[in-house]
Design a protein around this ligand. Sequence first.
Ligand SMILES: NC(=O)c1ccc[n+]([C@@H]2O[C@H](COP(=O)([O-])OP(=O)(O)OC[C@H]3O[C@@H](n4cnc5c(N)ncnc54)[C@H](O)[C@@H]3O)[C@@H](O)[C@H]2O)c1
Length: 433
Amino acid sequence: MSLKQRIESGEARVAVIGLGYVGLPLAVRIAETGMRVDGIDVNVGRVARINAGVSEIGDVPSSALAPLVAAGMLRAHTDFAVVSEVDAAIICVPTPLNKTRDPDVGYIVRAAEQIGAHMRAGQLFVLESTTYPGFTREVLAPMFETASNLKAGRDFDVAFSPERIDPGNDRYGVRNTTKIVGAMTPDGNEAVVALYGRFIDKVQAVSSPDAAEMVKLLENTFRAVNIGLVNELAVMCRRLDLDVWEIIDAAATKPFGFMPFYPGPGLGGHCIPIDPLYLSWKMRALNYQARFIELADAINTGMPTHVVRVVQDALNDQGKAMRGAKVLVLGVAYKADIDDFRESPAIPILNQLVQKGAAVDFYDPHVARFVEEGHEHVGIEDLSQLGSYDAVVIITNHKAFDCQDIVDRAQLVIDTRNATKKVTRGRDKIVKL
Ligand SMILES: NC(=O)c1ccc[n+]([C@@H]2O[C@H](COP(=O)([O-])OP(=O)(O)OC[C@H]3O[C@@H](n4cnc5c(N)ncnc54)[C@H](O)[C@@H]3O)[C@@H](O)[C@H]2O)c1
């Protein structure tokens, strides 16, 4: 039976490697559609919790995970030996930047080494972790070939399929977000379309893994550049004494040719601030400067400093210095209603406020504490003392924040998200980005 036939018959077994924000929702979705899933993760505690039916990922309730684990449809492992038993393996490990802001593909390489030790002919390997165009074909496939003495495209297949998870999005999840796939051969494409077609409504194949890698980079670069544009517009509007949100909302009434993006304190998360730099890095190696990406990155990474300047000016207008001021940061998650603080602009903002001598606390209903460069930051437990702060800075627009109550009790509010849009009382206390 061919791989495609095994997938179509439902007999195929799948491994998901990396059980984080991307891998766990995927593993659960596959298991829900009746295919057995073996999850593999190097995080021993995470594996134990998954096998106990406990999810740490916001988009996966434990009530969805536990029955699948109990039924034997989903098992987590720390050992890669199970790779030899599966028909397909999907890799969802992190792809961050290193200290010099260059791609760090080390997690993929380490996972690939382990997979290589257990792989066999006839299998399909799909990389979902964001990477630069050419990585799957030029780096990953040869690693598997060297480890196994088999030939990619003949003895086993390799594909890239960009992850499109949007944490916290109730409307679009794994099932109803179209999946792009690109394998190294037409047969590989048939197998990967059959695989994802079992548990995703719509799957679209492109001509190669490189094309699929570039699709992801276009999507995320599109967001990074447009957010960079409105962030610069916010900086310009401030100098012009205009309200950037009023301008964007008015422009958004145009029914064609305009799509609203909104400014904020800076980009966050694992994708938008990072992925475009995978492309600009690759282009540098080809002697081409990706100017839009680098400009947007410069503007977006400058936003935390801009926010701190706005806080300083707002305090100054009240006759107060930053040094010694009590400042409360509301929200450290990188976007609303989630608990993920990776790359959050709240972190440089907190650090810069502290460097300027402010006494800073934070409160986030979704993030009680976080660790940054080995240093643990612990949030305050409630907002009972809100009125005692010289300034309250809204960084994340969590639904849990009652903005009217915050404005009522605060001395001064710096709102970087237009979270206070609907607030009617005390607007004179609000300073927007
Ligand atoms: N989180 C998102 O919103 C999102 C969206 C789209 C794309 N992505 C991309 O998806 C990829 C995964 O991101 P994520 O958010 O799921 O990361 P994550 O940190 O939440 O999860 C990654 C998991 O991989 C595990 N891991 C690390 N090294 C491993 C190894 N060698 N073998 C096995 N497991 C290993 C970690 O322990 C962790 O549990 C990244 O490339 C990211 O850019 C993320």
